[in-house]
Design a protein around this ligand. Structure first.
Ligand code: ADP
Ligand code: MG
Length: 675
């Protein structure tokens, strides 16, 4: 059997072809009514299956034309259409002489069965035949026909609108994905021209999308007219084009201002339907920050290791010197004044004295020195050092001091911080042999995530910033990388010990701060020291609000000789619902407890206080109320000995600086525990 299939959709035609060929038919295809008519006249099929709505000539017109012609009017005609608009359509089809009107899609087997039945019927002479009468009623036909076509078109438009909305939705979805990913990414064609770019890329390039699309990618990333692969860089886009598989590479890009930055690039080849690589997706991740962080970490680890080493040696060395100085001292007392060996002994003792100072410096660097932490006003510190600094730097160097209007209080060791400023001043003097300018400034600096990312160091919080800059020789990068190492010096023997900055590093580290150096050859040097503000991070309000910590309604006795800490602790506890009784020293704590012993549920004791130590107050409280819950807070390194007594007895102890959350949790935990 010969079947003529007429449909403008090639997929639909192919499906029908498979089905009919499977039943041993010969299938001829036509893409629209016009072509269908010509084919039918030429090939005389046994049956025609036609779509209704088609370009050039639709199914109804085709059917009319077929029925007009003797050669084709007896060929059975079946409509197979997806846009079905109702009975009116079927009626018109039948009135024009169609054998049936099938609605797409139809099961292949069912389709075939019904088709065969129709062919049988027509062969037996029971088909629709020619509906000659309708040909005369052209006007009637046209009006019915146009109504159907109009309805069909409306239907089609609706379908298209739905399809368009779906495409738009999916496009928006894809776009959203690309915009949400914060990795910059572009699509480039084989000429390295940018076809498309996402938001992350544009913002990292600081350009609008219109300025990016259409540009050559190497022009944007290298500001060069030559592709990067011609200048010896590994270009993974080129490799992706050549190999057809994804590629990645580390790359150096150059910003508009000429700065270099490090990026990691991946390129994925994109193929067209025929399998040709037409473009590539390129993702670009700026890893400059990551590299900086890695660098800082490596640096800190190196200094840490050096600190451990230096500290270990200094510790043992100290013991050895103690022996020398000890016996040397005894000998000095025993030797008669006029003994010729006395002069030698004095030399030995003087050398031991120098060795002691050296080990002290090393101990500071390795943070094994005991620091006395007290509130220090940074502006006062700098003011107090003015005279000393002038004396160190001499007359050829001009000084300028700018202090921040804010009161910057840090917990620190006054003497050690003075040492820091002195070491900076000494180095600045050495760097400006022919005179110059030394500037000391203080600022309030808030470290946020952005700051930390930009600089590669820090912890969120408020800091006092002291910056000391000079207009001296400056340093190259290799020198700058090593300046904090103990014994690193570029100065001639006898001039430099190489310990100044390692001491600075040790001191600032012990203070929980950061020191940073910026310098270039012949362009001067700036040292920046960041010290955490007292109360800023320790009992910062943000930290309290951040996480829900349980409070309570109990009464707590807080004893601490530091007014700031007492005030902050009170504020913190009251915020969480507790009642607070304050005591300024050990004796007052004992008295207040005595007066309120039935009301107090909990006691918070500083380890070292005037008049009575925390431990003594504790003994007295125990005598009055053996079940009382007491928590110790120990200060800094100086509290070591008192603190040890407390840890030996396994009494609960928190080390300062105590974080707000830690303190509240500990108090709650102890209050809730059964005794
Ligand atoms: P020293 O001063 O004994 O050499 P430091 O630890 O104080 O040891 O400094 C180490 C090195 O850092 C110096 O030898 C010098 O090369 C470099 N340096 C320190 N401060 C400055 C500065 N302000 N300008 C230029 N170079 C400096
Ligand atoms: Mg020095």
């Amino acid at each position: 059997m010969k079947v003529l299939v007429i449909d403008d959709n090639p997929d639909d035609r192919r499906l029908m072809r498979y089905n009919f060929e499977h039943h041993d038919c010969v299938v001829i295809e036509a893409g629209d009514g016009q072509e269908g008519l010509e084919t039918a006249l030429l090939c005389r099929p046994d049956i025609i299956v036609s779509d209704a709505l088609m370009p050039r000539m639709d199914g109804f017109q085709l059917l009319r034309e077929l029925k007009k012609r003797k050669e084709t009017q007896n060929i059975p005609f079946i409509f197979y259409s997806a846009t079905y608009t109702g009975d009116r359509e079927i009626e018109l089809a039948a009135s024009l002489g169609a054998e049936a009107f099938f609605v797409k899609p139809k099961e292949p087997d069912v389709f075939w069965d019904e088709l065969s039945t129709i062919v049988e019927k027509c062969r037996a002479g029971n088909g629709q035949g020619v509906k000659a009468e309708i040909f005369e009623e052209d006007r009637e036909y046209l009006s019915r026909y146009s109504q159907i076509v109009a309805t069909k078109l409306e239907e089609k438009i609706r379908e298209l609108e739905v399809a368009k909305a779906r495409i738009e939705e999916s496009e928006a979805f894809v776009r959203k994905i690309l915009e949400t990913v914060d990795e910059g990414f572009i699509v480039v064609d084989r000429g390295y021209r940018i076809l498309s770019a996402n938001k992350a890329f544009c913002s990292s390039a600081r350009l609008a999308e219109e300025q990016v699309v259409g540009q050559l990618c190497y022009k944007l990333s290298h500001h060069s007219d030559r592709p990067c692969y011609e200048t010896g860089e590994a270009c993974c886009v080129k490799q992706a084009f050549e190999t057809g598989i994804p590629q990645s590479a580390s790359h150096r890009h150059i910003s508009e201002t000429g700065e270099q930055y490090h990026v990691e690039i991946k390129a994925y080849p994109l193929m067209d339907a025929a399998g040709y690589i037409v473009s590539a997706i390129e993702t670009i991740t700026d890893v400059t920050e990551k590299k900086k962080l890695e660098e800082q970490l490596r640096h800190a680890q190196k200094l840490e290791a050096l600190g451990t080493l230096a500290g270990g040696i200094a510790h043992d060395f100290n013991n050895i010197i103690s022996v020398i100085v000890g016996y040397g001292g005894i000998m000095e007392m025993r030797l008669p004044k006029d003994d010729p060996n006395a002069a030698y002994l004095r030399e030995i003792l003087a050398a031991s004295e120098r060795a002691t100072r050296l080990t002290e410096s090393l101990l500071i660097f390795s943070r094994k020195q005991i620091a006395e932490m007290k509130p220090v006003s940074i502006n006062e510190l700098v003011n107090g050092m003015k005279k000393m600094v002038f004396r160190i730097i001499g007359e050829d160097i001009e000084t300028s001091i700018n202090l921040s209007p804010e009161q910057l209080t840090v917990m620190g060791d006054y003497g050690q911080l003075e040492q820091v400023l002195m070491n900076f001043a000494t180095n600045a003097r050495d760097a400006m042999p022919a005179g110059g300018l030394l500037t000391i400034e203080t600022h309030l600096q808030e470290m946020d995530d952005e700051f930390i990312h930009r600089n590669g160091f820090g912890k969120p919080g408020k800091y006092a910033l002291i910056s000391v800059s000079d207009s001296g020789t400056g340093m190259d990068e290799q020198t700058r990388e090593r300046i904090f190492e103990p014994f690193f010096t570029t100065k001639s023997q006898g001039k430099g010990t190489g310990l100044g900055l390692s001491i600075v590093y040790g001191i600032i580290n012990q203070h929980g701060g950061y020191v940073h150096c910026g310098s270039e050859r012949n362009r001067g040097t700036v040292f920046e020291v960041y010290l955490p503000l007292a109360g800023g991070e320790i009992f910062g309000k943000e930290a309290v609000i951040q996480e829900a910590v349980k409070g309570g309604s109990e009464t707590i006795l807080v004893a601490d000789d530091d007014e700031n800490i007492r005030k902050l602790t009170r504020e913190l506890l009251e915020q969480k619902g507790y009642s607070v009784i304050e005591a300024r020293d050990g004796a007052e704590a004992a008295d207040k407890f005595h007066d309120n012993k039935d009301r107090i549920d909990f006691v918070l004791l500083d380890v070292i206080m005037p008049r009575k130590s925390g431990k003594e107050v504790f003994e007295e409280i125990r005598a009055m109320r053996p079940d009382m819950k007491v928590l110790f807070m120990s200060g800094y390194t100086a509290d070591v000995i008192e603190g040890r007594k407390i840890t030996e007895e396994k009494l609960p102890l928190l080390h300062k600086p105590v974080k707000a959350r830690e303190l509240l949790n500990k108090i709650r935990e102890m209050l809730d525990k059964e005794t």
